[in-house]
Design a protein around this ligand. Structure first.
Ligand code: HEM
Ligand code: HEM
Length: 185
């Protein structure tokens, strides 16, 4: 089967929805020290992210035969770097809210989503576990921010070094994919 050069619409819609939600919740997370009143909102958005991330991963598996081929040469270092960053980003999207959920339970609270429903309590109240999950939650959130930076830099680098704009590949908007500009005659 010939691959289309674009990601399917469902993949690009979930990509941008989650990008906005993740960046927003990272910012809210970093504001928590000075704005404790934001904690319920932070947890609620985080639980919504967990649900959307599960849908995204299931959808990606469903669509695995319709993904466009990588723009990097198969087997090259940049190909492996791209795959590693994409898979790590997908894993962190699940791991970070899970660790936040565990931290909340270990601190003796129930993880509630906008007061509409609550997640089951997975661990009993424990000061040590609360500290551990809190630190892992913060660490993985920094990891996500770093990988996101690398991910965006890679897209910019492709654009600057190869005149290859990869954004239309993941854009949900209709539009023509510009062919790679060649400087050779
Ligand atoms: C904030 C700005 C972002 C930009 C500009 C951006 C840009 C892109 C682009 C251009 C692609 C297509 C790469 C290709 O040509 O194959 C892509 C794919 C991808 N991006 Fe992003 N991205 C952003 C945020 C994020 C975030 C926050 C995540 C975290 C989960 C993420 C995860 C992925 C993944 C996993 C793919 C592969 C397609 C998929 O499986 O969904 N991106 N991104
Ligand atoms: C992907 C979604 C999430 C992101 C990106 C995120 C990010 C963050 C960040 C950046 C912090 C500040 C860490 C620090 O510098 O100390 C934080 C704190 C926190 N988050 Fe999340 N979070 C997410 C989901 C959740 C969820 C689902 C819950 C609970 C249900 C949660 C509960 C907490 C709690 C309780 C704190 C305070 C931690 C402490 O005081 O040690 N988070 N989060």
């Amino acid at each position: 089967m010939r691959h289309k050069p674009r990601y399917p619409l469902s993949i690009s819609l979930l990509h941008w929805l989650l990008a906005v939600a993740l960046i927003g919740n990272l910012v809210i997370g970093w504001l928590l020290d000075d704005h404790e009143e934001l904690i319920a909102l932070h947890k609620s958005i985080g639980i919504a992210i967990l649900g959307l991330a599960l849908i995204r991963i299931a959808n990606r598996l469903r669509m695995r035969r319709r993904l466009p081929p990588s723009i990097n040469v198969a087997g090259s270092p940049s190909y492996f770097a791209e795959k590693a960053v994409h898979y790590l980003l997908l894993v962190l999207m699940l791991a970070i809210p899970m660790l936040g959920w565990l931290k909340t339970n270990a601190a003796g609270h129930v993880a509630s989503c906008f007061g509409v429903f609550s997640l089951p309590t997975l661990v009993p109240k424990s000061h040590e576990l609360s500290q551990l999950f809190g630190e892992l939650h913060a660490l993985t959130a920094y990891g996500l921010a770093t990988l996101m930076g690398l991910h965006v830099l890679a897209a910019v680098a492709h654009w600057l070094m190869n005149s290859e704009n990869v954004l239309p590949r993941i854009s949900p908007l209709p539009g023509r994919l510009r062919p790679k500009v060649s400087t050779r005659n």
